[in-house]
Design a protein. Structure first.
Length: 142
């Protein structure tokens, strides 16, 4: 897949649940900020930025899991494992950046791919569940 700057959440990947979509867009906006601040393809204060981003992503995952719990979503446990796996991978990526002493645009793209991955492989399944259970109206304004 080719990535163009600014990075964007494809319309087809919008869940229709207001807070979740806003959070996805907010996370992607941070990544665009990192790309914009790149000098010679590297991000000078990557440690601080990526640490803050991972914690922001963790909050997003927590709020998603709360909504899923409220909706009685049977796939919650699997989804939460997916979230954990994603955070572990990004923490390992940050470690790799630390050991090589720099982060570049490619690392920001990896963060983006992880968000897209969770939306496409997991978040949209939750939406399918809400639709099938006729619960979308109840949750779309969340
Ligand atoms: Fe999400
Ligand atoms: Fe998710």
């Amino acid at each position: 897949m080719n990535f163009v700057s600014p990075l964007k959440l494809p319309v087809a990947f919008e869940t229709g649940i207001s807070s979740i979509d806003q959070e996805h867009k907010g996370l992607i906006a941070y990544l665009n900020g990192y790309l914009a601040s790149c000098e010679h393809s590297t991000i000078s204060n990557f440690d601080e930025l990526f640490t803050a981003f991972i914690s922001e992503l963790e909050h997003h995952f927590e709020s998603e899991e709360m909504i899923m719990q409220e909706a009685g979503y049977p796939g919650l446990e699997k989804h939460a494992r997916h979230h954990q796996h994603c955070l572990d991978e990004l923490r390992r990526l940050l470690e790799r950046c630390r050991s090589r002493g720099y982060a570049g645009t490619g690392d920001v793209i990896t963060f983006f791919q992880k968000i897209i991955d969770d939306v496409s492989k997991a978040d949209l399944r939750f939406v399918d569940y809400l639709m099938a259970e006729d619960k979308m109206t109840e949750f779309k304004a969340r």
